[in-house]
Structure formats: C-alpha cells, structure tokens
Design a protein. Structure first.
Length: 250
C-alpha cells in the first residue's frame, strides 16, 4: 500500500504542476469521465445500457429501443449527481444533507418515496459464498450516519485512504433501501475531487474483485484489500487523465 500511495503522490505532483488546465482540457476530461463513471457505476448495479448507448443518452438526449425508462433515468440522474458533487467539491465539508441530496438525485423519478430518505426496512446482501450479510437495524441508521459523517469530517487520513474508507464504511452501513453503491462511489469521488484528484472509476469488469474486497472487510474487518484495490483504481484514473491531456507520464 505504501508503494501505491507513493506512486499516486508522484502522479498528483505532476498533475498539480499542469494546473490550471485550459477550458478545452477541462471540457474534454469532463465529457470522458461523465460517461465512463456513469456507465460503469450503473453497469455494476445491473443497468444493461452499453457504453455507447450511455454516451448517446447523455450527449444526444436520445432514447434506446428495448431499454426501460428506469435505465434511461439512471443514466440521466447519475450525470446530474456528478455535476452536483463537482459543485460540492469546492467546499471543505460534507454534510448529511449533501449525502441525502446525492442519493435523491440518483433515485429521483425512479423511487421518489425512498429518494434521499434512510431505509425503514431491514436489508441484507447475498455474499459470494451464498450466505447473507445483514446490515444494521433501520432504527440505528440515523445514528450510524451521523457518526459516519463526523468520522469523515475529522479524519486525518491521506486523501485516497480517506475516500476508500468512507466508501467501505458507507456500504457497510447501507443506509438506503437502494442506490447505496452508486452513492458510495460518488461520495468517494467527492472526497477525491475536494483534494485535487481525478474522478476514479471502478469498472464493470472489476465487479467481482470489488465486491470480494468489500466482503473481506465486512467478514473480518480487513480494510487492506479494499484500500489496495481503490489505490490501484486511482492510479489507473491518473493514467487515463494524462492520456486525455495528450501527455505521456514516465
């Protein structure tokens, strides 16, 4: 992990030396990462729109035949949520309202009753071995989330570790009835953006390793597998970021 963080620090220094980026560069980066993050985050949750179909919905405003209304809304909503966290990233603090607002944007028009509201039911997730992992009781969610926000606020961890731990602990509370994964990935990216890092993508093809890394923490409290997984994804996003800026980092 130390070696990964050292590599990330070098990439961050290189990026900082290039700033401020031009309006054209920023537009190119946003265009790419809006589609990339939206496609992969939704695909992890089962959305069947392809990368190109996602791009068409976002960039051309067209509908795709044979796909559900909810799948289209998941794309449109996720892009709006990205815009929202980018606006929030100029602030130093993250509030419980901010988190609820992110979740509201994810589910609006899909599940208005639960959008932005903590779950009132018990939930569990089927693990890769077939067993069920149960999350905290719904009556405990509000307390756990207040504690969570306070821990994020007071954390002195370096940025990548802080963002990964926030993601990990969020999905382990599972505060909403749906949309927890997408909200967690956006929250992680909000923390990264606040600290000058690129948006980081967890790809659809990484889904199994991603879930197994989360399960490892939920089963025995081992954070390391997930932390290394996210650090590697941050490095990959730096590489793509520099490619889009038309430069080669050695």
């Amino acid at each position: 992990m130390t070696q990964l963080l050292s590599q990330i620090a070098k990439q961050k220094q290189t990026l900082d030396a290039l700033r401020p980026l031009s309006c054209e560069q920023l537009a190119n980066l946003k265009s790419y990462f809006d589609v990339e993050l939206t496609y992969n985050s939704n695909a992890i949750e089962g959305n069947t729109l392809t990368y190109n179909e996602t791009k068409i919905v976002l960039n051309e405003g067209l509908t795709i035949g044979g796909k559900t209304l909810n799948e289209h809304l998941e794309v449109i909503n996720h892009k709006e949520a990205i815009d929202f966290i980018e606006a929030l990233s100029t602030q130093k603090h993250i509030t419980l309202k901010d988190i609820k607002d992110i979740h509201y944007l994810i589910l609006k028009g899909i599940d208005n009753k639960n959008a932005g509201s903590f779950r009132e039911i018990e939930v569990g997730v089927r693990k890769s071995d077939g067993s069920i992992h149960k999350f905290c009781h719904p009556l405990e969610v509000a307390f756990e989330m207040e504690k969570f926000v306070d821990e994020v606020e007071k954390s002195s961890k370096e940025s990548v570790t802080k963002s990964a731990l926030a993601h990990l602990k969020w999905v382990s509370i599972h505060p909403f009835s749906d949309g927890n994964g997408r909200t967690a990935r956006l929250l992680m990216n909000l923390i990264l953006l606040q600290n000058g890092y690129p948006i980081t993508i967890i790809k659809k093809e990484d889904r199994v390793a991603y879930i197994q890394a989360i399960e490892s923490y939920q089963e025995d409290g081992d954070e390391n597998i997930f932390l290394k997984f996210i650090a590697q994804k941050v490095l990959e996003s730096f590489e793509r970021y520099f490619e889009i800026l038309n430069m080669k980092v050695i």
